[in-house]
Design a protein around this ligand. Structure first.
Ligand SMILES: NC(=O)C1=CN([C@@H]2O[C@H](COP(=O)(O)OP(=O)(O)OC[C@H]3O[C@@H](n4cnc5c(N)ncnc54)[C@H](O)[C@@H]3O)[C@@H](O)[C@H]2O)C=CC1
Ligand SMILES: O=C([O-])CC(=O)C(=O)O
Length: 266
């Protein structure tokens, strides 16, 4: 039986609790949210994980695993201190690691605590193949992210394009994964995950499109190297609770927890 504390109880966190509510091998003891989210999280947790507490931090408790489904700030606030104290962690807000130095700080915290932090694949697939291919040497990784025009509201694209008036798929950004993450931090998870598994933030090329006809978050990856090459197209259905997040992200967290909790891991 795996005792888990989870940070965040939004679209991903609630989806994870829902899918694991009948699994006796994965037990949620604590859900951590900021003060202004305590009431909402309390209602969700009472419904989906009635044995779990809701709180502002670990406060000295030691779960077998701490899983982050919350956002960039939660990594600084909760994950780094937990790693330092030897608690194994999983991170879904991988885009946060495009901030200079944060990936190294996570690794050092885990080393000091004698534990491990696992970066989850989230909305994208083939991370196993890309990370294996990088051992033989990669020549190029090109990522194209295509989302409904509305998904780019509250980003720099809104300043440069009239998103509501687009009539065809429009490239809103072209450049390195590092620059994509700087300008579009809330859409940086897939680009950062591909970079960390593959060629790094500076050599991973990114194109982002706003598509008025799209109803899905489409992620296309093309990689070449000593291993050969691959192309992948994911057509991710957005979560109703947060259209910026693909449903596969929830399933990827559940898969990772299953792999830790169950006797067979795949
Ligand atoms: N790796 C990937 O492919 C993907 C990663 N994500 C990332 O996952 C994270 C969560 O996404 P959603 O559930 O859709 O967001 P959401 O906005 O629906 O939920 C976020 C939850 O985290 C809580 N929270 C925010 N800041 C916190 C903090 N400092 N400490 C504790 N709790 C905090 C909020 O109260 C809320 O419960 C985001 O960072 C998002 O960028 C999202 C999609 C794909
Ligand atoms: O599709 C998703 O769930 C999220 C996404 O593009 C990203 O954060 O890079």
């Amino acid at each position: 039986m795996l005792h888990v504390s989870m940070i965040g109880c939004g679209a991903i966190g609630a989806g994870v609790l829902e899918l694991l509510k009948s699994d006796p091998e994965v037990v949620f003891d604590l859900v951590i949210v900021p003060e202004n989210a305590l009431d909402n999280a309390g209602a969700t947790v009472r419904r989906l994980a009635p044995e779990a507490k809701v709180g502002l931090g670990l406060n000295g408790t030691r779960p077998d695993l701490l899983v982050e489904c919350a956002g960039h700030r939660a990594i600084e606030e909760h994950i780094i201190p937990a790693l330092e104290s030897g608690i194994a962690c999983m991170v879904v807000s991988v885009g946060a690691l495009s901030e200079p130095g944060l990936a190294e700080r996570l690794e050092q915290a885990a080393q000091r605590g004698g534990t491990q932090v696992q970066l989850l694949s989230g909305a994208i697939g083939a991370i196993d193949a890309l990370a294996a291919a990088s051992i033989g040497g990669l020549d190029s990784v090109v990522y194209t992210g295509r989302k409904p025009a509305g998904a780019w509201k509250d980003t720099p694209a809104e300043r440069d394009f009239d998103l509501d008036a687009l009539t065809e798929a429009t490239v809103i950004f072209e450049g390195s994964a590092r620059e994509a993450a700087r300008l579009y931090p809330k859409n940086a998870n897939v680009a950062a995950t591909l970079s960390l598994a593959g060629l790094g933030l500076d050599r991973t090329q990114v194109r982002l499109l706003a598509d008025p006809d799209a109803t899905e978050n489409v992620h296309h990856v093309e990689a070449h190297g000593a291993f050969g090459g691959f192309e992948l197209t994911m057509r991710g259905k957005p979560l109703a609770a947060n259209p910026k997040t693909s449903a596969l992200t929830v399933f990827s967290v559940v898969r990772a927890l299953n792999n830790r909790a169950h006797a067979l891991s795949i």
